[in-house]
Design a binder for this molecule. Structure first.
Ligand code: NAD
Length: 367
């Protein structure tokens, strides 16, 4: 298969974890005889400093022409953000415009902790039971992140306002994606909302429940977001299956999910639109560990597996990458983010050693 993939390394640990992901991508290309042109383009805070924009025109052109996009995390440490004018900061100037450009409304964030990796989690073995396997599907181009943002002065006092808007079509299309995924997995669907307080959440729940009528075979439950935050910690497996979340609630609960499985470094994702998708780790640029070769590249390598599966419809290649990743852990290795006192017997790998081992595992199974 011949394809063009845009590679946006991003900021902080982005270039380090992308380097490992590209190693894996090239190993899979070699193994399966694919010819992919990998075109690198600047994106994020580094692009603002090099090109004057966090999402430069040349990057837009490269992304437009690519079949799929692999994006690393972007952003600076909070105290460094002041160097960049508000409208050019990576979230407002790069991530949201990228999502809008390709209308990537469905964000797939798998939260997987197979039973053999229970010890990565801060939760007790009994809480994890037979393992965590949740696909969080977050609506990605609507809600409060995309509504008007106003900071101003009323006659008496200063104020700020963020508008949260969902249209029926926005909710319906992501709900359909979520129910289809639940059907594919033979799993239940949990709809998350805050309908006891928010009009947009009542509307969200109403539309999702109208879609549910077309999926009588899918067990359905609806849970308030605050209760879901609590239940994710005390009883995460009750969500095994698909969880459907609106944009901001999804942003928050998916980070919490990273916590319950042991690290944000275990959180890959795919952002899918009607014609094109891109993949990215669910976490940020981790400025606290950037440049040290200690970041966990699972999130970026797993995102490449999702690129094969979701963007290129090549599930066999995707499965090969997942097996290659999990084999590293099964062989007794971990990365430093997963290092807790009860892992003293495990060998800690650097970012690049982890990538090398995944490549080795993938190539070891060439017939
Ligand atoms: P973060 O997600 O970057 O890091 C939170 C914690 O998780 C840190 O301790 C970090 O070291 C750790 N961590 C994250 N990824 C890891 C990995 N792969 N391996 C090991 N440890 C990992 O959150 P933050 O520090 O609040 O944000 C840093 C920057 O990232 C900010 O500028 C923020 O706006 C941005 N951000 C970007 C995205 C994105 O690109 N989609 C998402 C979230 C945050």
């Amino acid at each position: 298969m011949k394809k063009t993939i845009a590679i946006l390394e991003g900021d902080g640990i982005g270039p380090e974890i992308m380097r490992e992901a590209v190693k894996v991508l090239k190993a899979v290309m070699d193994k399966y005889g694919h010819t992919f042109d990998l075109i690198y383009a600047p994106f994020g805070a580094s692009a603002y400093f090099s090109d004057g924009s966090p999402f430069p025109e040349k990057t837009k052109r490269i992304c437009d022409e690519a079949h799929a996009i692999a994006k690393g995390p972007v952003g600076l440490a909070v105290e460094e953000m002041d160097q960049i004018p508000q409208e050019h900061r990576p979230e407002l100037g790069a991530i949201l415009p990228l999502r809008k450009r390709y209308d990537t409304f469905a964000n797939f964030r798998p939260v997987r902790l197979p039973v053999g990796l229970k010890s990565f989690s801060p939760l007790k073995d009994e809480v994890i039971g037979e393992g965590i396997d949740i696909l969080m599907i977050r609506e990605l181009v609507g809600g409060i992140y995309f509504g008007d943002k106003v900071e101003g002065a009323a006659t008496e006092m200063k104020f700020a306002r963020d508008d949260c808007i969902y249209k029926a079509g926005d909710v319906r299309r992501v709900a359909i994606v979520a129910f289809e995924e639940a059907r594919k997995r033979g799993a239940k669907l949990t709809n998350i909302h805050k309908a006891n307080v928010l009009a947009t959440s009542r509307f969200w729940r109403e539309i999702v429940e109208a879609v549910a009528v077309d999926y009588p075979d899918i067990p359905y439950q609806s849970v308030l977001v605050d209760n879901a935050a609590f239940q994710l910690v005390v009883n995460p497996t009750r969500f095994n299956g698909v969880m459907l979340l609106e944009n901001m609630q999804g942003d928050i609960l998916t980070d919490q999910a990273g916590g319950i499985i042991g690290s944000l470094g275990l959180m890959p994702s795919a952002c899918m639109g009607p014609e094109k998708g891109y993949v990215e780790p669910a976490h940020g640029s981790a400025p606290d560990i950037a440049g040290k070769n200690v970041a966990n590249p699972y999130s970026m390598i797993g995102s490449i597996a999702m690129l094969f599966e979701e963007c290129l419809a090549l599930p066999e290649e995707a499965a090969d990458i997942w097996n290659g990743i999990f084999e590293v852990f099964e062989d007794g290795f971990i990365t430093s983010d997963l290092l807790v006192p009860w892992h003293r017997e495990k060998k800690v790998l650097t970012t690049s050693e982890f990538g090398d081992r995944v490549v080795q595992n993938i190539l070891a199974t060439i017939a």
